[in-house]
Design a protein around this ligand. Structure first.
Ligand code: ATR
Length: 286
């Protein structure tokens, strides 16, 4: 009998995507499960393109209470869900899925995660009046939304592909201005914060070749790349005396709402958890 009860209480969640081997989400969620003494597990499951609907249909049978969703399924996951949070609708993509009364619900916690990570790592960041954002992809969209929500008055968005920057700026209205990447050094003079939302500088990718020589004194620098933990951009910023925030915080904080939805406890991003993730990144050569 005891065994039956505990089997019923045991909750399973996972992260799905393709490829999925690199995901650090299990490290985060299994740490919280253990820390809170919750009977549950969190695994990685490879779900190939075209297999998402079948995977969702199989979740209940697999005993899964929910999942995180990563590339390439974030847009389709939103479409397939029966309920969507306003912020998931806004971003057109979902990263967190759970069941309510047997129906699939979708949220997008990236923007929230970014906001919470800066609150923890560089408190007072939202006093910035003007921000310079590098890159106009999916990550940029979540970050711009967070900056606007927190009252940053003006955002200059630079991208290699200018048309993409214009399209993204157009989604947000008058406070976001689009430029080509070559304008970054000039715009840096006026920026109270600089954010890299591209993958440039990530281990295995091209470096981000940008001198911070003209960056305004006192500006803070944030990079969403977290492998390596200290990117070339952050190194350069630190050497010039700027406050910096790395990308690990966003990964950690975007995980909080999912854990709360699946396991019923709102976890914290503690130094102990951060140290585990940092160790893992270093082991991978970052
Ligand atoms: P994500 O969803 O992770 O943001 P993405 O949508 O592919 O990924 O966006 C990647 C961002 O990195 C884009 O802003 C891209 O610029 P383009 O729109 O011009 O492609 C930027 N990026 C990638 N490689 C780049 C490079 N070599 N130089 C400059 N920007 C680059």
């Amino acid at each position: 009998m005891d065994q039956i009860v505990s089997a019923m209480e045991f909750k399973r969640a996972c992260v799905i995507g393709s490829p999925i081997a690199h995901s650090r989400s299990p490290l985060i969620h299994n740490y919280w499960l253990q820390h809170h003494g919750i009977a549950g597990s969190y695994d990685k499951i490879e779900v190939k393109p075209g297999e998402l609907a079948a995977f969702f249909a199989s979740m209940a049978d697999r005993g899964l209470v929910g999942c995180n969703v990563t590339v390439p399924h974030k847009e389709e996951a939103l479409r397939l869900a029966q309920h969507r949070t306003p912020r998931a609708e806004e971003f057109g993509a979902a990263n967190t899925i759970w069941f309510e009364n047997g129906e699939l619900c979708a949220d997008n916690t990236d923007s929230h995660g970014y906001e919470m990570s800066l609150d923890q790592d560089v408190p007072g960041w939202d006093k910035a009046e003007r921000a310079l954002v590098l890159g106009a992809g999916g990550a940029s969209r979540a970050i711009i939304a967070a900056l606007l929500r927190r009252g940053i008055g003006r955002i200059d968005l630079v991208n290699r592909n200018f048309a993409r920057a214009e399209d993204l700026a157009g989604l947000f209205g008058k406070r976001v201005h689009a430029y080509g990447f070559d304008q970054a050094p000039l715009l840096m003079r006026e920026a109270d914060m600089l954010v890299n939302t591209t993958a440039l500088g990530m281990q295995g990718k091209e470096p981000l070749l940008l001198s911070l020589d003209s960056l305004k004194d006192g500006a803070l620098v944030s990079d969403i790349v977290y492998v390596p933990l200290e990117t070339g951009l952050l190194k350069q910023a630190k050497a010039r005396g700027h406050r910096v925030a790395g990308g690990l915080g966003m990964l950690l904080h975007q995980a909080v709402p999912g854990f709360a939805a699946w396991f019923g406890t709102t976890p914290e991003v503690t130094p102990a958890l951060r140290a585990i993730l940092e160790d893992d990144v270093r082991k991978a050569g970052g």
